[in-house]
Design a protein around this ligand. Structure first.
Ligand code: FAD
Length: 636
């Protein structure tokens, strides 16, 4: 059995992507002793992989842009299921957070006038994504890490040690949150976190009254995904087991364009910037099929002919947008249908062509990573021919239910920010809105955790030593299961089940079948076997991730079966329409006696001044009659 080492902090941030780093920086700036933990290498997170950019209404390329337009686009993209307060805070504060990043050293691409350049993306009315070629996330993480180092250098000068107030624990996985009582108990508070060092297998206890979850997504529960190995839904599962609630887990974003070939790279993302910069989608007959898929709710904003669509790039004031730039859920469903109708590409996708739309040198300048990715992985030169692309599981809109202003969950001391938090993006996230979400709510979570600590008093919550002992024994248990199964086989079965039965198009009986399969898998996962010892052993690590994947998969399947409508990242073949009644309900999941419970909870209403940003006709497509403003109100 491994040794256990104890650490004591004010704030422990789990996750070192954009949300985690921004939260940690804020907590440290507020004078709190802070630890940042990351499952992978420091700097390796989804944030670093983000290509297209961060959405913020800076108005640098089109001065008509302002926070209300960004708010309106976000709500439209989320099909009116967003938490309105979160969408408001996000739209208002994103520009300030981008400028702060620039102040800390981020080098964004420039307009000819020397301002931060902004590019077009699906669902955004104006060019809005601040970017660095197609490597925006890399610059964002580099800048945040540089800020961490700056703070550490200041601590070294003042306190004699760089890690006196802010320390990074890389390649360390948290397996459980610590509480000072029973999960779900009325007075139960956060007391810290328990985990292990991936390299040595050593167990770690972090004593801390405030924990920020910033663990990102759940994509590894699906077979075809843009997500990397870490994204096993740990934060979502940790929150559930600690007594917090999850919101709307049925909303899972399938990005329309992942690589489809060769099989070893299936699912790897092809950035939306390809379409934002002029790339078009074609079927096997060369048709730009997206013109046939503009839904009624968006019809007035999208072009009806190729001529009109192409005119938009140079003259957006007098042309409507190309339908390739519809929100992601619409494009993903359209591609899925084209393939199903037999008009797909040779390897089961469709064609995405930028080679006939931009000169080769411009493609190399704007999309260097995409050029490299296709050349290296598929031997395709995107300056000379089209790519083959198809939907891939990309992002989860559902997540921990939080207070919009502070990121606080229902468990005192537990906060969540970034992809692991729910509500902000409604039923479908617009591209570029995640990177700005991380900065806005990462900072707010850091502030929320600091102010929680200030109100806590002198006695800190502490976990029962017997619980810590039990967690160590549970983590080591897979070595004892002699008759247990191989974790990789079980992982594959979970992924196949979710892909086939709770994927992009869903049906009631199939989801019931998925839940039965997951139920059977639960017993097998409980007995899973780890070979070898605790020193760098990825097989053992997976045995511990599997129960998170299973719990999160069940949460998605249960919520998806319950919501009997189609909206954003939740498409039901058996309930194909959006329902204004269903829109009024959030689905809230909790864990009681090891089983997921689900209840409906009213969605917060739009404030009248925010409702005025939409005209009544548009509101009528989403809201019930009872919710609509009086008919004689002048339209905003
Ligand atoms: P991440 O950046 O995902 O970081 C999660 C962190 O949590 C990691 O450090 C991980 O190691 C850690 N972690 C997880 N579990 C544990 C555990 N149990 N213990 C300890 N640590 C743990 N969004 C945009 O807005 N614009 C884009 O252009 C864009 N492009 C994208 C391209 C790709 C290929 C992908 C995959 C996503 C893209 N997204 C984009 C989405 C966006 O990058 C993510 O939603 C966002 O980065 C999530 O940030 P985060 O801080 O919440 O989590």
């Amino acid at each position: 059995m491994s040794e256990t080492t104890r650490h004591s902090y004010d704030v422990v941030v789990i996750g070192a992507g954009g949300a985690g780093l921004r939260a940690a920086i804020e907590a440290r700036q507020q004078g709190k002793k802070t630890a940042v933990i990351s499952k992978s290498l420091f700097g390796k997170a989804h944030t670093v992989m983000a290509e297209g950019g961060a959405a913020a209404a800076l108005g640098n390329v089109n001065s008509s842009d302002h926070w209300q337009v960004h708010f309106r686009d976000t709500i439209r993209g989320g099909k009116f299921m967003n938490n309105p307060r979160m969408a408001e805070l996000h739209a208002k504060e994103a520009p300030e957070r981008i400028l702060e990043l620039e102040y800390w050293g981020a080098l964004f691409d420039r307009t000819p006038q020397g301002r931060i350049s902004q590019r077009n993306f699906g669902g955004h009315e104006y060019p809005r994504l601040a970017h660095v070629g197609d490597r925006t996330g890399l610059e964002m993480i580099r800048t945040l890490q540089q800020r961490v180092v700056q703070l550490q250098q200041a601590d070294a000068a003042e306190l004699g040690h760089p890690e006196a107030m802010l320390k990074v624990f890389a390649e360390t996985t948290v397996t459980e949150l610590l509480l000072d009582g029973e999960p779900g108990g009325e007075d139960t508070r956060i007391a810290g976190a328990f985990g292990y060092v991936r390299e040595s297998g050593e167990f770690l206890v972090f004593e801390a009254p405030a924990v920020v979850l910033a663990t990102g997504g759940i994509g590894r529960s699906f077979k075809v995904t843009s997500n990397s190995w870490e994204y096993t839904g740990d934060g979502h599962a940790l929150a559930l087991r600690a007594g917090a609630t999850l919101l709307n887990m049925e909303f899972v974003q399938f990005h329309p364009t992942g690589m489809v070939w060769p099989p070893s790279v299936k699912g790897i993302l092809v950035t939306e910037s390809v379409r934002g910069d002029g790339g078009v989608l074609r079927d096997s007959e060369g048709r730009r099929f997206m013109f046939g898929y503009v839904p009624d709710v968006f019809r007035e904003h999208y072009a009806e002919s190729e001529e009109e669509a192409d005119g938009w790039y140079a003259d957006p004031a007098n042309h409507r947008r190309p339908p390739e730039l519809l929100p992601r859920d619409e494009v993903a469903r359209a591609i899925n249908n084209e393939v199903k109708q037999g008009r797909g590409s040779p390897h089961g996708g469709v064609f995405l062509d930028v080679s006939t739309r931009l000169p080769a040198e411009e493609i190399m300048r704007r999309l260097p990573s995409m050029h490299h990715q296709f050349k290296e992985l598929a031997d395709v030169d995107i300056t000379a021919g089209p790519m083959e692309v198809g939907p891939t599981c990309h992002y989860v809109m559902g997540g921990v239910e939080v207070d919009p202003d502070t990121g606080a969950s229902l468990v005192p001391g537990l906060f969540a920010a970034g992809e692991v938090a729910g509500g902000m993006h409604g039923s479908n996230r617009l591209g570029g809105n995640s990177l700005s979400d991380l900065l806005v709510f990462g900072r707010r979570c850091g502030l929320g955790a600091a102010s929680y600590l200030d109100g806590l008093g002198d006695v800190r919550p502490a976990a029962d030593p017997a619980v810590i002992e039990r967690l160590g024994a549970e983590a080591a248990a897979p070595f004892e299961h002699e008759a247990g199964e191989n974790p990789y086989q079980l992982q594959q079965e979970i992924q196949q089940t979710m892909n086939d039965l709770v994927g992009i198009i869903r049906r009631g009986p199939e989801m019931e079948q998925a839940l039965e399969s997951l139920d059977k898998l639960r017993e097998r996962v409980a007995g899973v076997r780890a070979e070898g010892g605790t020193v760098y052993n990825p097989g053992w690590h997976l045995t511990l991730d599997l129960r998170n994947m299973l719990l999160v998969s069940e949460a998605v399947a249960r919520a998806a079966l319950e919501r009997e409508e189609s909206r954003g990242g939740h498409t039901r073949d058996d309930h194909p329409a959006m329902s204004a009644e269903w829109r009024r309900s959030n689905l809230v999941l909790s864990l009681r006696e090891g089983r997921i419970r689900l209840r409906r909870q009213p969605l917060d209403a739009l404030r009248p001044d925010l409702m005025e940003l939409f005209d009544r006709e548009e509101l009528g497509k989403y809201l019930t009659e009872e919710e609509l403003p009086p008919a004689d109100r002048s339209d905003g």
